[in-house]
Write a protein that binds this ligand. Structure first.
Ligand code: ADP
Length: 356
């Protein structure tokens, strides 16, 4: 049985209560077969898992990147279960002092997994301690001071580091190069999200029709965590407004989602504010991220990590060298039936910058 050692600092799951976390743990897939979607990643992982098991060795170090809620932590837990290994869950902000990472490494058992969330935020000293640990399974300890300094190499048990980040572009190349598998998680399709909603509904004992699940899936921004949260909020709505015995149907799901102000494209009020601000105050863009963040009163990191990736994927926002721009699709979504002004930046097509 895999042992889970969780180090929490509140940053990893910012918007969640302990109750939410408990529910999340209940519905989290435990085995690779239950992990829905991301088929390419699963195939790569399956091969690595089988090879590692055959050789009785730990898995290669793995870097998973992509927006929050797409299943990075879940994949790490699935891997620990599949390898029957201990997993230490932590995040970069909890590894501020050298002794944090040293303590973690010294506590490892052969085959243990370390999961570091937000790995792009590791400081230089911690990163440098990790290099020999990842490469040679060794810890270089410095003894003495001044010209008497000596480095002592302490062997570590073989382990696997799984790093997760929303920003692969912010990881230093020496760290990135030490991962054997680097994989970007994709947003989920509607069909995959329907499966996730149906599976969670079964576990949580919620009655729901396939169409009801699809209504939720369509407004979940391609993200399993959001799909699961909406499922529970819609269940609450149906219970209160329709009665405790009622299941979720398409009409009640849509009624609830309209009430929560999540529109048919899955955009929430902040997405719509962001787009309409670019259109109304900045002529459709381009506008710099700092200016935009100040204009809508949102944190730059939240815009970059949560709002932008989905709006770009939905074809509503472009990231250009000169700033953020909305697309004609966004214009039509925010102002249905109105043609974008000819002079506006909306008519131009600028080169796309890759997502970091
Ligand atoms: P991340 O670490 O990328 O922020 P998590 O792994 O915490 O995301 O996933 C959030 C929730 O979404 C999990 O509790 C899990 O229930 C659900 N989930 C994520 N990926 C999947 C998946 N592939 N199949 C089913 N449920 C998933």
């Amino acid at each position: 049985m895999a042992n889970i050692i969780r180090q929490r600092n509140g940053l990893t799951e910012p918007a969640q209560t302990d109750f939410d976390l408990r529910i999340e743990q209940t519905i989290r897939p435990k085995q690779l077969e239950d992990y829905i979607g991301q088929s390419q990643l699963k195939e790569t992982i399956r091969i690595s898992l089988d090879a590692a098991k055959q050789r009785s060795e730990p898995l290669d170090h793995i870097l998973l990147y992509g927006p929050p809620g797409l299943g990075k932590t879940t994949m790490a837990l699935v891997l620990a279960a599949e390898m029957e290994a201990d997993i230490h869950i932590t995040s970069a902000p909890a590894l501020e002092r050298p002794r944090d990472i040293v303590g973690l490494l010294m506590a490892l058992k052969p085959g243990s997994i370390i999961f570091i969330d937000e790995i792009h935020r590791l400081n230089k000293v911690t990163e440098e301690i990790l290099y020999p640990a990842m490469e040679d399974f060794a810890l270089d300890r410095t003894l003495g001071k001044g010209h008497m300094t000596k480095t002592l190499r302490v062997p570590l048990p073989k382990f696997t580091l799984i790093g997760a980040t929303t920003k692969a572009g912010s990881i230093s190349s020496p760290l990135r190069d030490r991962f054997g598998i680097v994989y970007r998680l994709n947003f989920y399709t509607i069909e995959e999200l329907v499966q996730i909603v149906m599976r969670s509904a079964t576990i949580l004992n919620i009655q729901i029709t396939g169409e009801g699940a699809e209504a939720i899936a369509r407004r979940s921004r391609g993200t399993p965590r959001i799909a699961n949260r909406l499922l529970r909020r819609v269940r609450d709505y149906v219970q209160v407004r329709r009665g405790p015995e009622e299941g979720i149907e398409v009409s009640s799901a849509e009624e609830a989602l309209d009430l929560f102000e999540i529109d048919r494209m899955g955009l929430d009020p902040t997405d719509r504010l962001l787009l309409s601000k670019i259109i109304e105050s900045f002529g459709g863009g381009p506008v710099g991220i700092e200016t935009l963040a100040a204009a809508i009163g949102e944190d730059i990191r939240t815009i970059e990590d949560i709002y932008e990736p989905f709006l770009m994927q939905a074809g509503m926002l472009q990231r250009t060298p000169r700033g953020r721009m909305v697309t004609p699709k966004a214009y039509q979504h925010i102002f249905p039936g109105v043609t974008p002004p000819q002079s506006s930046a909306l008519q131009q097509s600028l080169p796309l910058e890759p997502l970091s």
